[in-house]
Design a protein. Structure first.
Length: 481
């Protein structure tokens, strides 16, 4: 095994370990997972020659973080995904300790991927290179090596290039830590995708704004939607504030206007994208129809990774469902892509259900894997809650709070996440064997979490403290993976 090329070693690992992973009852039915090992960030999300491509950070050899590869899946409908050959392996001097996160862009019929080469010396000192690899079939990638080295004023925590085109020029945003150990996003530009020019910090501590807003900003993504420049970023090191920033690392966005000449970014406050326990490092792309689509990592580094029940079966983490982003009412709304409806089967409909101070279950509304839609038509209660297996969703009108409560991974009690919500209009939720994604009020708020119920758990129940009337639709969902 010692002298095998890293790709061959990874393939051998899959062959030896995938049966064990497949036998895990918590293996998901319709989410992208690693065949074995650890998956983290979505990378290189792109629409190329009629297909969607999604890559992901992958350690084939353990359920801990390590020397990352790029796994690769291809789809024509964002629902069914074919496994493609491993796209990148850490086999060059400039990426020997990991082909870290990055992005993809189409130019002259070719697919260009930009990623961070992570390199460590004998003493554990880190170096990082922004690297290019090019493909003319979307399957095989030719590494061209580093195109950017760390500029003055920044530490080696300089990574996750996201490339985009604007008005005929190429731009790149990179996640950075400055030498005062504060997080920033830095802008580069290029005339040809090969020669890159440092333009300066786009936002962060160097611009005398957002001082002490985290020690490192990972995975930036900058795009325009309607009349807003949205910067998505994942800061590390924010302190929890009430309902906000309760996970170890956060993912959220700023809105405002970018001046690409200076460069500068006039923006508002940082808003979290997802209120659940497991969401990080999202990445977006635009498809043929002009939709802005997003995938996130349905996980978060470090937290609970050692207690994760799937680790016993040699795999850990998954991607979220793909979502469509829209700019409405001054904020980003996220909805599951409409293509997911092809998974639906065995529709169950209940109309105008009223529950008054009671706990209610419905015959056909139960299961381990399903989609549920609830539309509230009349409301005169304070608390409405929905119990799904061992998790609870609860809306409290008096305190304008929506809550998700789940069982802790170590089975010792429960833990919750909350967000402010003025009014509950509807819920669309996707329950997979060991995950829950809850879209509230047409995507105004989202809660994404892994949940590890007792594997026989199938119950769904509704409860109101006063009176609530709603319509209910439920579908079983096809198993894809
Ligand atoms: C985010 C991250 C990125 C890095 C990658 C390594 O989760 O830490 O900043 O490129 O994961 O796997």
């Amino acid at each position: 095994m010692k002298h095998l090329h890293p790709i061959k070693k990874a393939l051998q690992q899959i062959k030896e370990k995938q049966d064990i992973a497949q036998s895990d009852p918590h293996r998901l039915h319709f989410h992208i997972m690693p065949p074995v090992g650890l998956l983290n960030d979505p990378n290189g999300f792109v629409f190329y020659q009629g297909h969607y491509h999604i890559f992901y950070q992958w350690n084939p050899f353990a359920t801990t973080h390590g020397q990352k590869y790029w796994g690769h899946r291809i789809s024509s409908d964002l629902v069914h995904w074919e496994e493609a050959p491993i796209a990148l392996a850490p086999d060059e001097w400039f990426d020997k300790d990991g082909c870290y996160s990055g992005s993809a862009i189409v130019h002259n019929e070719k697919l260009y991927i930009f990623y961070t080469g992570n390199v460590k010396d004998h003493d554990g000192n880190r170096a990082s290179y922004q690297c290019l690899a090019v493909s003319d079939d979307g399957l095989h990638f030719d590494k061209k090596g580093p195109v950017i080295e760390v500029p003055k004023g920044y530490t080696a925590h300089f990574r996750d290039p996201k490339v985009f085109s604007k008005d005929g020029s190429w731009f790149m945003v990179i996640g950075a830590q400055n030498t005062q150990e504060q997080g920033e996003v830095v802008l580069y530009s290029s005339p040809d995708l090969e020669n890159w020019f440092y333009r300066g910090p786009l936002t962060g501590a160097h611009r005398n704004e957002l001082d002490n807003f985290g020690y490192m900003w990972e995975c930036p993504d900058l795009f325009r939607i309607k009349d807003q420049d949205i910067l998505i970023v994942s800061p590390q090191g924010l302190e929890a504030k009430g309902y906000k920033f309760n996970n170890i690392y956060q993912s959220g966005y700023f809105t405002g206007q970018v001046d690409y000449e200076s460069p500068a970014y006039q923006h508002g406050s940082f808003e979290e994208l997802d209120r659940g326990f497991d969401f990080y490092a999202p990445q977006t792309t635009v498809d043929e129809s002009g939709r802005r689509l997003l995938f996130g990592w349905m996980g978060n580094a470090e937290v609970g990774e050692t207690q994760h029940p799937t680790a016993e079966y040699g795999w850990i983490h998954a991607l979220t469902l793909p979502r469509t982003l829209q700019w409405k009412k001054g904020k980003l709304f996220q909805t599951p892509v409409k293509e997911l409806a092809v998974l639906r089967k065995n529709e169950v409909v209940y109309e105008n259900i009223t529950i008054i101070n009671q706990h209610k279950q419905f015959n056909q509304v139960a299961g381990k894997v399903f989609e549920l839609q609830i539309t509230v038509t009349d409301w005169s209660t304070n608390i409405f809650s929905l119990t799904i297996g061992e998790s609870t969703l609860r809306f409290n009108q008096n305190s304008s709070t929506f809550t998700l409560e789940r069982k802790c991974f170590n089975n010792q009690g429960t833990e919750s996440r909350h967000c402010h919500l003025d009014k509950l209009e509807n819920i669309q939720l996707f329950k997979d064997t060991s995950s829950l994604e809850v879209f509230i009020n047409n995507g105004e708020e989202v809660f994404t979490s892994r949940i590890f119920d007792d594997t026989n758990e199938q119950a769904v129940s509704f409860q109101a403290d006063g009176q609530v009337t709603f319509n209910l639709q439920k579908w079983d969902l096809e198993k894809i993976f």
